[in-house]
Write a protein that binds this ligand. Structure first.
Ligand code: ADP
Ligand code: ZN
Length: 533
């Protein structure tokens, strides 16, 4: 073990191991299989890099690191080379001559580490090369890519199981930051890691402050947030990532931030490849840059001092949210994960799921994941406790999320829930089909819109019964009813809300409902509502 520590100090310049790094390194260096679940920024790379050095020193050849991320490979190889480690990578960015050089160095065991993309590793040409070489170990990074239900599925990862069959004596270490039990089991199954020791570190990121707020003017809210919390005295901003769902919105947001005087750059898969790479490099190597990006950006970004991650749109799942926000604060300094969302986001995601070409089971799983995320948004409990419990961990209220810092008031919303549910029921009974949240809100608020008049909904008994509440409040109530499973979004699309089995008990008055007060409004003792600002 003291040998590992010497390497850590001498090669990597760190004084001590973090968390379970030392245990993992010892286990892997000794030639055993392992599955490592560690949060982003936890220090997974050292878990295979140090064993690779040890095993190379022992004459066992170079270690192979499988990674789907070209940018990450390049950064890691550059950093390792600088530290005096003999490392190289093989991916589609190399010329044939460069490939030949790297392969030759590998076969001759001159390399200590070789990073490789999975599709290249599994070619018969490369597998043949492997049979002629000594191999230190296989490290399979981003191992959750093997999970078919996950958000980063890569079919080439499925084939990695063949490595074990062909090279049964070479130890393997699979690593991921996605730690929910289902994904974990799937990784073990698909990579045949049944005998592997599983190392689970808490995925909690105490330095990240989570905040999720209702969206009303997303851009203005974002600018307020950056100006209030991430602008330095000289006027420059902290380094941050702003996630948007669409390429167009990425471009528009970046342009708009530039017009507001910020140094913002776009990044998405539809951009000219050279410009995209340039923006990524500026972000990686310079400071005070805000990058606006689709989720195409980020996997493998190793910028330790990202101070905030902002979401202008809802991610697809809690896994996605956790991974994206996890890019903040890898240096363990205080950082913000800030998100604005509205029911429109949920509808948009639902539409995307519906219109995708995936099979029904997959669509159902994605829908359930989206609903879990809505539940997180609408919760009145500590965000961190909710996040951790989603990944199978327990925790105490954290004191570092919006809910803990400024607990939302709750109220007995049984009457409001009944009004909303009965409005859903009556509008459907009157017209023969269902309606979405905005039309239902119009009915409840007594707005005589064209649609309300066309359907005769101004004659419903629920017309105008909620007029004492502002429309935003009703929107918040509808979101919470969905999050509570009292309403569901119709699978046919169009955002139609339908009653569920559970709604009946509320309508019959058999169940009381506690709702979260919409932050902008407060109810007085007489039951009237007032704007707070
Ligand atoms: P992960 O892959 O788990 O997201 P990395 O391996 O990229 O994390 O490590 C995250 C950061 O922490 C890197 O900047 C790395 O150099 C640093 N780091 C890792 N282990 C240690 C350690 N024992 N001491 C100090 N810094 C460390
Ligand atoms: Zn909390």
């Amino acid at each position: 073990m003291s040998h590992c520590l010497t390497l850590l100090k001498k090669v990597f310049g760190y004084p001590a191991f973090r968390g379970s790094q030392a245990d993992i390194i010892e286990h892997v260096a000794a030639g055993h299989d392992s599955l490592v679940l560690m949060p982003t920024g936890g220090g997974k790379s050292l878990c295979y890099q140090i064993p690779a050095l040890i095993r190379h020193n022992a004459g066992l050849g170079a270690s192979i690191v499988v990674s789907p991320l070209i940018a990450l490979m390049q950064d890691q190889v550059a950093a390792l080379t600088k530290a005096g480690v003999r490392a190289a990578y093989l991916n589609s960015s190399l010329t044939l001559a460069e490939v030949v050089i790297a392969e030759r160095a590998f076969v001759r065991a001159e390399l200590q580490l070789l990073y490789i993309a999975p599709e290249r590793l599994m070619t018969s040409r490369f597998l043949e090369l492997l049979t002629r070489s000594r191999i230190g170990l296989f490290a399979i990074d981003e191992a959750h890519c093997v999970s078919q239900w996950g958000h980063d599925f890569r079919c080439e990862y499925m084939r990695l199981c063949a490595l074990h069959k062909r090279f049964p004596r070479v130890p393997r270490i699979a690593l991921t930051a996605t730690a929910d039990t289902l994904t974990r089991e799937e990784i073990i199954e698909r990579l045949a890691l049944h005998h592997a020791r599983v190392f689970i570190s808490s995925i909690n990121r105490p330095n990240i402050r989570y905040r999720i707020i209702e969206k009303n003017n997303a851009r203005a809210q974002l600018l307020d947030f950056i100006q209030a919390e991430h602008t330095k005295i000289d006027g420059t901003t902290d380094t941050g990532i702003v996630y948007c769902l669409s390429r167009r919105k990425v471009e528009e947001t970046a342009n708009w931030l530039v017009r507001q005087g910020l140094r913002a750059l776009p990044y998405h898969a539809g951009m000219d490849a050279r410009l995209r790479l340039k923006n990524q490099q500026v972000f990686q190597h310079e400071e005070s840059v805000v990058i606006c990006a689709t989720i195409a950006f980020g996997m493998g970004i190793d910028k330790p001092n990202v101070r905030f991650v902002a979401h202008l749109d809802l991610p697809k799942s809690i896994e996605g949210y956790y991974q994206e926000t996890g890019r903040a604060g890898r240096d363990n300094h205080a950082s913000n994960a800030w998100m604005v969302y509205g029911l429109g986001d949920v509808m948009q995601q639902r539409r995307m799921i519906r219109e995708s070409t995936a099979n029904e089971l997959y669509k159902r799983v994605q829908t359930a994941k989206l609903e879990a995320l809505l539940g997180l948004c609408e919760t009145a409990k500590c965000r961190r406790v909710q996040l951790l419990s989603y990944f199978g961990e327990t925790g105490q209220p954290c004191g570092n999320c919006d809910i803990c810092l400024d607990p939302p008031a709750t109220y007995d919303g049984t009457r409001e829930a009944q009004m909303a549910l009965s409005c859903v029921y009556r509008a459907k009974r009157a017209s023969g089909f269902g309606f979405g949240e905005s039309h239902l809100t119009d009915i409840l608020c007594g707005n005589k819109t064209k649609r309300v008049k066309r359907w005769g909904h101004d004659t419903l008994s629920t017309f105008s019964i909620g007029a004492s509440l502002p429309a935003e409040q009703w929107r918040s109530i509808f979101r919470q009813l969905i999050a509570l499973g009292l309403l569901s979004i119709d699978h046919g699309g169009h955002g139609i809300l339908v009653l569920t089995e559970l709604s009946k008990s509320v309508l019959k008055g058999e169940r009381n409902i506690t709702l979260r007060q919409y932050s902008k409004f407060k109810r007085d003792t007489q039951g009237g509502w007032h704007t707070l600002w």
